[in-house]
Design a protein around this ligand. Structure first.
Ligand SMILES: [Zn+2]
Length: 113
C-alpha cells in the first residue's frame, strides 16, 4: 500500500496538477478533483488500483444525464519534471479519449454502473 505523500511529493503533485489543469483549461467537461488528489487514500476509497511508484490525479467527466465518472491518470515518481512536462500532452489526450468514450456511451449504460 502506498504511503501518503511526503513533503517533496506534495510540491511535485501541485506542480503536475497545475500543468494538467492548464492543459485541460479549454475543456469544460473535464474537471480536476482537487480534494481527491491527495494520494493513495483517494484511489482506495474509489476502488481504483493504487500504484506505489506513481502519483495519481483524478478528473471528473459529466454526462448530460447527470452521471459522473472519475478518470485517473498516473505519473511515475521517477520521471523528472522535464519528462513530465513532455508527457503531459499525451496524458491529456489519453484522458480526453476516455472522457469521449464515456460520453459516447448510451446513458442506459452509465446508469447501470
Ligand atoms: Zn449519460
Amino acid at each position: 500500500m502506498a504511503a501518503p505523500d511526503k513533503q517533496e511529493d506534495k510540491a511535485r503533485r501541485q506542480q503536475i496538477n497545475a500543468l494538467l489543469v492548464e492543459a485541460l483549461s479549454d475543456d469544460a467537461s473535464l474537471r480536476p478533483l482537487p480534494s481527491f488528489s491527495q494520494g493513495a487514500t483517494a484511489s482506495l476509497s474509489l476502488g481504483l488500483p493504487t500504484v506505489p511508484d506513481a502519483q495519481q490525479f483524478f478528473f471528473v467527466v459529466s454526462c448530460t444525464c447527470g452521471t459522473n465518472a472519475v478518470l485517473n491518470l498516473e505519473v511515475a515518481k521517477n520521471k523528472s519534471m522535464l519528462e513530465v512536462k513532455t508527457a503531459i500532452p499525451g496524458l491529456v489526450d489519453h484522458l480526453r479519449g476516455r472522457a469521449r468514450q464515456f460520453k459516447a456511451m448510451p446513458c442506459s449504460m452509465h446508469k447501470t454502473r
